[in-house]
Design a protein around this ligand. Structure first.
Ligand code: B12
Ligand code: SF4
Ligand code: SF4
Length: 234
C-alpha cells in the first residue's frame, strides 16, 4: 500500500471531526491500484482512493430527526438521502474530494468497497455483517480522492455467520424470504403490504434482522426501523 503523507492524516482527522457531530463515522478506506476500476472524480479522472462514511447503530437518528423537524418539506421521496447530501457535500468540498451516495445512479459498489475497507462479509440477508455492530450499520456516502489514504479501520475478527449455529435470521422470516440463499424482495414486499406484515415487520422492523445475536446493543431505534421498513415496502 502507498504510504500516506502526514498532511493526509490531518485531512482524515478534519473530515472525521466534521462528520461526528452528525453521528456519521469514517468506515474505512480503499486505495485503488492503477488500472483497477475506480469511481470517477469530478474532474473526470479515476479516483485513487475512497473513504466510506456511515452510521453505526442509531448514531445518525438524532441529527437527522432534528433536521427533519426544522425542514419538514425538505427531502422529497427520500429525506435521509437529502440529509446525507446536505451534511456530506460541504465536507467533500472543503476536503477537495468528490462525494458519492449509495442511492445515486449509477450505483457505486458500496458493499464491495466496505468488504475491502473493513474486511466485512455478507450475511444471509444480503447486508454486510460487522463483528461488533452486527447488521445495525449502513453507508451514507463516500469521498473520492486523487491520492492514497491511510487505513481508517481495524476490523480483524472472523465472519460471525460462519460460526452461527442454526442461523436464526433465516428461520425468523414469516414468509421464508431468505430460504433460497438469495433475498426474495418480492416475497418480502408482498408480506409488508399485507395485514400481518403491516402490523409486524413494517412497524417493528425486519424479524430476520432482529433475530441475529450479533451487535444487539446497536439495534436501531423504533422510529428508524420503521422509516427504513416503509422505504423497503414501497
Ligand atoms: C438495490 C439495493 C437494494 C435492493 C436489492 C436488490 C439486489 N438484489 O441487489 C433492495 C431494495 C431489495 C434492498 C434492500 C435492502 N437494502 Co439495499 N441497497 C441497494 C443499493 C442501492 C444498490 C445495490 C447494488 O446493486 N449496488 C451496485 C453493485 C455494483 O455494488 P456491490 O457493492 O457490488 O453490490 C453488492 C450488492 O448488490 C449485494 N447484493 C446482492 N443482492 C443483494 C440483496 C440485498 C437485499 C442486499 C442488501 C444486497 C445485495 O451483492 C453485491 C456484491 O457485493 C445499495 C447501495 C449501493 N450503492 O450498493 C443498498 C444497500 C446494499 N442496501 C442496504 C440495506 C441496509 C438494505 C436494507 C436492510 C434496507 C431496509 N430498508 O431495511 C434492505 C435489506 C432487506 C433485508 N432482508 O433486510 C445497505 C447495506 C448496508 C450493509 N450493512 O451492508 C446498502 C449498502 C445501502 C446503504 N445506504 O448502506 N437494497
Ligand atoms: S443470525 Fe447468524 S447467520 Fe444470520 S446474520 Fe446473524 S450471525 Fe449471520
Ligand atoms: S422484513 Fe419481514 S418479510 Fe421481509 S425479510 Fe424481514 S422478516 Fe422477512
Amino acid at each position: 500500500m502507498t504510504a500516506a503523507p502526514a498532511c493526509v492524516d490531518n485531512l482524515v482527522e478534519t473530515i472525521r471531526a466534521a462528520l461526528e457531530p452528525h453521528g456519521l463515522f469514517l468506515r474505512g478506506s480503499v486505495n485503488f491500484t492503477p488500472g483497477e476500476t475506480a469511481p470517477l472524480l469530478d474532474g473526470g479522472e479515476p479516483a485513487a482512493s475512497v473513504v466510506l462514511i456511515g452510521n453505526i447503530g442509531g448514531s445518525i437518528w438524532r441529527s437527522f430527526s432534528r433536521w427533519r423537524a426544522v425542514e419538514p418539506d425538505c427531502g422529497g421521496a427520500d429525506p435521509l438521502d437529502e440529509w446525507s447530501k446536505q451534511v456530506i457535500l460541504p465536507v467533500a468540498e472543503a476536503a477537495g474530494a468528490t462525494a458519492y451516495f449509495p442511492s445515486d445512479p449509477p450505483w457505486q459498489p458500496f458493499q464491495q468497497w466496505a468488504m475491502r475497507a473493513e474486511g466485512l462479509k455478507a450475511s444471509p440477508l444480503g447486508i454486510l455483517i460487522h463483528p461488533r455492530y452486527g447488521l445495525w450499520h449502513g453507508y451514507r456516502g463516500a469521498l473520492g480522492f486523487d491520492r492514497a489514504l491511510p487505513q481508517t479501520s481495524s476490523v480483524t475478527a472472523d465472519h460471525p455467520c460462519g460460526d452461527c449455529i442454526g442461523k436464526p435470521c433465516i428461520s425468523a422470516c414469516p414468509v421464508d424470504a431468505l430460504g433460497t440463499g438469495l433475498f426474495d424482495v418480492g416475497r418480502c414486499r408482498t408480506h409488508l403490504k399485507a395485514e400481518a406484515g403491516a402490523a409486524g415487520c413494517l412497524l417493528d422492523g425486519c424479524l430476520s434482522r432482529d433475530a441475529c445475536p450479533i451487535g444487539r446493543d446497536f439495534r436501531y431505534p423504533r422510529e428508524q426501523l420503521r422509516f427504513h421498513m416503509v422505504a423497503l415496502g414501497l
